[in-house]
Design a protein around this ligand. Structure first.
Ligand SMILES: C[C@@](CO)(OP(=O)(O)O)[C@H](O)COP(=O)(O)OP(=O)(O)OC[C@H]1O[C@@H](n2ccc(N)nc2=O)[C@H](O)[C@@H]1O
Ligand SMILES: Nc1ncnc2c1ncn2[C@@H]1O[C@H](COP(=O)(O)OP(=O)(O)O)[C@@H](O)[C@H]1O
Length: 289
């Protein structure tokens, strides 16, 4: 058995659109969204331990190990598998901003579930890992699903979606948005009419299209004017939109050089980068290799 896995990718996602169509009695919101994987990733290192401890080996400012989704994911997997003797050391190399709407914490948790299921040989099926993931966060199942998706429910009802092979410019406006503040706002509209997956434009037409909207954007920009400024600036080059509950803002481009041109002009107060759309989660190929 391989006892170590280094540099396992945990990619970011973009919500190409995000509609809030209702609310469940438990307060969770019913959504429709297109989830897009991009090739900007946190990376995680795993080493099996034989002392039954689950340990995060590095500090992450603002995220104590006990509340880290990665540690919680490992514990939940061990519990579900009924194997209390299993242990692991986990190092989380973060580049994705927290509270960025890129799903970094959720992606770290998903990568942990898949990688440890492999290393520990716990043999859980993908759907079982997705069920564990949903207990950690509404975004986690998507990252285990393994490909771009049309999402419904609270984000866990997933159907495969064809998306454009394009480049994205992503701006980090320098604020961290707590998802719960946005969803609990009185100003949030929760009655967008449901669309069908077939309404989403073909991959060839997606860059030019500005299908749907992000219903969370209005509330987020009211709380954080920095997000509105980034949307306004990026809109000079294409359709610009916030991802998830914010704060990051993105726009799609057909060619890499177009993304480079935009980034050359980026005001110095923001961090910005380009990322390529991915069709599949990179972890499956990584584990095979
Ligand atoms: C908004 C989205 C869109 O992809 O992404 P992010 O901005 O977080 O990346 C997700 O729905 C976020 O998923 P995730 O970050 O896993 O959310 P959770 O931890 O489950 O919940 C955080 C908070 O958001 C609220 N929440 C989340 C999802 C949902 N469908 N309805 C909600 O009301 C929950 O009540 C909770 O207070
Ligand atoms: N491994 C982790 N990486 C990032 N955030 C984490 C992690 N574990 C727990 N969190 C918590 O989850 C919150 C949301 O983080 P993240 O998923 O990166 O942003 P978003 O939900 O906006 O995409 C963070 O502010 C942090 O408190």
């Amino acid at each position: 058995m391989t006892a170590i896995l280094n540099a396992c990718p945990a990619p970011a996602k973009l919500n190409l659109f995000l509609h809030v169509t209702g609310r469940r009695p438990d307060g969770y919101h019913l959504l429709q969204s297109a989830f897009q994987l991009i090739d900007r990733c946190d990376t995680l290192d795993f080493a099996v331990r034989d002392d039954g401890q689950i340990v995060r080996t590095n500090d992450i400012p603002g995220v104590p190990a006990e509340s880290d989704l990665v540690v919680r994911a490992a514990r939940l997997l061990r519990e579900t598998a009924g194997r209390p003797e299993l242990g692991a050391s986990i190092t989380v190399n973060k580049i994705l901003p927290m509270g960025g709407g890129l799903g970094g914490g959720s992606s770290d948790a998903a990568t942990t579930l898949v990688a440890l299921n492999h290393l520990w040989q716990t043999g859980l099926k993908r759907q079982e890992l997705m069920d564990i993931g949903l207990k950690l966060g509404a975004d986690v199942p998507f990252f285990i699903f393994g490909r771009n998706a049309f999402a419904e429910g609270v984000g866990e009802a997933l159907s495969p979606l064809e998306t454009a092979d394009c480049w994205y410019v992503v701006i980090e406006p320098g604020v961290s948005v707590p998802t719960s503040i946005i969803f609990s706002s009185k100003r949030l509209t929760r009655d967008t009419e449901a669309v069908r997956i077939t309404d989403f434009p073909d991959a060839t037409k997606q860059i030019a299209s500005s299908f749907g909207k992000n219903d969370l954007e209005m509330v987020a920009t009211e709380h954080f004017p920095e997000i509105a400024e980034a949307v306004e600036w990026l809109s000079r080059f294409g359709n610009a939109r916030m991802t998830g509950s914010g704060a990051c803002v993105f726009s799609a481009f057909e060619h890499e050089h177009q993304a480079d041109e935009v980034l050359k002009q980026l005001p110095s107060r923001w961090i910005g980068w380009k990322a390529k759309a991915m069709q599949e989660h990179p972890l499956a190929r990584f584990l095979k290799s």
